[in-house]
Design a protein around this ligand. Sequence first.
Ligand code: PLP
Length: 380
Amino acid sequence: MQGLMIPSLFPTYAPYPLVMVRGEGDIIFDDAGQPWIDLYGGHCVCSTGHSHPKVVEAIHRQSKQLIFYSTAGDLAIRREASDRLVAFSGMDTIFFCNSGAEANENALKLAFQITGRKAFGSFQGGWHGRTFLAMTVTDDRKITEAFESIFPEHYQFPFGDIQSLRVLDFSNLACVIVEPIQSMSGIRTASSEWFAVLRQKCTEAGCLLIFDEIQTGIGRLGQPFASQYFQVRPDFITSAKGLASGIPIGALMMTETAAQHVKPHMLGSTFGGGPIACAALIATLDIIQNEKLMEHVTRMHTYLTNALKNTLIDEVKGIGLLLGLKSNRASELKEYLLSQRILVGGSSDPHVLRLMPPLNVRESSLEILVEHIRTLGGKS
Ligand SMILES: Cc1ncc(COP(=O)(O)O)c(C=O)c1O
């Protein structure tokens, strides 16, 4: 239609200033063939790097064999994917869906059904997605404000404060959902002791504990999931993003005790656990394990925290490769890094830039980042 000013692709996020054409490992190539170091990882998604040959090969192989069948068909590859993810996560059973919000929506719905209670608990600064129940527990007024009057009953508690946690009453809550590292709100986390008290309180009150591991999962913290890192076993873990190296997938992982109350008709999804996503998930797990990426993540964390001492970065926040660089020059730094063809992310804290690179990011790429941070520091 003539005269309309709106582009055919509706604008949502402000995109980076390049047209992306190709990716390889931790590098994105633009339409002029120039390389950009990707420390944003497609928003924490490209866990094994861009177009890892083993992921490409797994997708190719599976697409020649069978592109799709819903869960009406029994597929060996789907059973293998769930077996592998159960073994990796330490949970007992998995429901596959397509995204993080969908995994959270299902977890919250099940908590209602299992407990018969009607209220949710969540934490200030937590971000859980844009579907209705996921928004209910999300602390981001710009997306939730229009709906607050019709949200179900919910309560938002302070995050990470052990004294206030001890006195909370969870007895009327269906569940409490927590993002073990609050990414969007500027890489904020809590102590192992806080998570242990949270687990204990949920158990005592008969309310389910949900870990939203959509960013913290699949090796990003140097452990398979944050639940292993903090040594707390929630009733549900939700995950998505990096699970299949960029092929859309979501997972709701449950303990056997919680799953005993779930009837098959309570869960369903046409595309969830499709064969290509399952093939990519298995390949992702193979790469993480065979290439020892979790050990690499921990090494890269140590390298960066040491290398950024006495620079314009006041603090390196976070665990593994879910990192926040805190600086009162954060927005200037982001612009400077972009001008040097390095992609990093912002957060809702204007002083924190986020790094969530591929788990196999090269030390040489991080060295280039450090060099540029030092150069900008010298220009102050
Ligand atoms: C912690 C967390 N939970 C949930 C979501 C929603 O995931 P999706 O965008 O796949 O629906 C996100 C997305 O950024 C997230 O970071």
